[in-house]
Design a protein around this ligand. Structure first.
Ligand code: KG4
Ligand code: ZN
Length: 345
């Protein structure tokens, strides 16, 4: 089955062609520069940019997969959660394509699709479903931070999520306080490698609570007060590196410890992670170290598939069609607040 997938839930316009678990193309047009001067995603601008980019990106995805529209067997799109105006563009375009080609349409949950990206490996990426085992999955980006118990394919339960800021949002907001360009996560990561992570001690929010929820706004506030009281520290490049290393250690400590704790409590033998923050070098290193010590299998999404992309949407949609035969109505509406595990209807 050749399936064309659309993803426009936030600030990446992406179209992918997947075929029997293989990603034949995955074209991503990022809007990150467009939103940089505002220090965050502006929904109205995002929607307009999706409208501008969607057709060229779709054409390129078909071109790279070397396929014509007559070869498309099914169409899918992110139905939610996400920015309403941004979701509308991809969903309605995908439904129009399905209508014209008289093909089934599958609307998917963006978070559920993230659960699939760690299972895509190789070049071109290929889904390894024969290796699938129950796992605890960390989804961590600028918009979401959650832990999910994946019992089997298409059967999962959210264990916890952030009560306020997402981890990526925390990196970005602290970066803004330090005068770094949005999104600051990658730059904090780079500077942190040059600094001393024990130079400053920042709080590890909710680390000592037994639930699987997160909270990062208190950490951001504590850095804000620290910089208010010591503004001169920002003038020293080495101290900036120490600050980045200390902030990064606090965020990653919480993510790693809570993920491993959940995996051990539930008795799963595998941990997976995806989302933009999964590009973080300390997160990747620490998860690898702790999983090896705890005898847990670790599957991290490839860096190119950590951020939002249509490949994961297409892989999930194909799986849903194969395993449950479910397709969605051509007039299905966007679900901006769709909670993973709940019916979209
Ligand atoms: O998955 P993504 O593109 O989704 C969102 O739209 O949120 O993730 C982007 C987020 C940003 O907050 C960015 O700062 C963060 O991922 N990020 C990182 C790193 N690379 C990207 N955070 C920490 N370390 C990184 N290396
Ligand atoms: Zn995402």
């Amino acid at each position: 089955m050749a399936l064309l997938a659309f993803e426009t839930s936030c600030d990446e316009t992406s179209v992918a062609l997947v075929h029997q678990g293989c990603v034949e193309s995955n074209v991503v047009s990022s809007q990150v520069r467009l939103h940089a001067e505002y220090g965050g995603v502006v929904p109205e601008l995002a929607a307009r940019e999706h409208l501008r980019q969607l057709l060229p990106v779709a054409r390129e995805a078909l071109h790279q997969a070397n396929r014509g529209t007559e070869e498309i067997d099914a169409v899918s799109a992110t139905q939610g959660p996400g920015l309403p105006s941004a979701l509308l563009v991809g969903l309605k375009a995908a439904q129009a394509v399905a209508f014209v080609l008289r093909r089934p349409f599958v609307g998917v949950n963006h978070h559920e699709a993230h659960l699939y990206s760690p299972w895509l490996q190789g070049s071109p990426p290929h889904a390894r479903f024969e290796e699938f085992v129950p796992n605890v999955s960390l989804i961590v980006s600028g918009g979401h931070t959650m832990l999910v118990h994946v019992r089997s394919e298409l059967n999962h339960a959210v264990l916890g999520s952030t009560l306020d800021d997402a981890a990526g949002e925390c990196f970005d907001k602290i970066g803004k306080l330090m005068g770094l360009v949005y999104p600051a996560g990658p730059e904090i990561d780079r500077l942190a490698d040059l600094g001393n992570s024990t130079a400053f001690r920042f709080p590890r929010p909710m680390l000592n609570e037994t639930n699987d929820d997160f909270s990062f706004s208190g950490l951001k506030t504590s850095v804000r007060y620290f910089l208010r009281d010591h503004p001169e520290l920002l003038d020293q490049q080495l101290v900036r590196c120490d600050l980045c290393a200390s902030v990064r250690a606090a965020i990653i400590d919480v993510l790693v410890q809570k993920t491993i704790r959940a995996a051990k409590r539930l008795g799963v033998r595998c941990v997976t992670a995806s989302g933009g923050v999964t590009c973080n070098r300390l997160l990747r290193r620490e998860l690898a170290t702790v999983c090896s010590r705890e005898n847990l299998e670790l599957r991290l999404a490839e860096p190119s598939l950590c951020t939002d992309n249509a490949a994961m949407i297409g892989i999930l949609a194909e799986r849903k069609l194969l395993l449950s035969g479910a397709d969605s109505a051509l007039d299905a509406e966007i679900k901006p607040n769709w909670i993973l595990g709940c019916s979209p209807a």
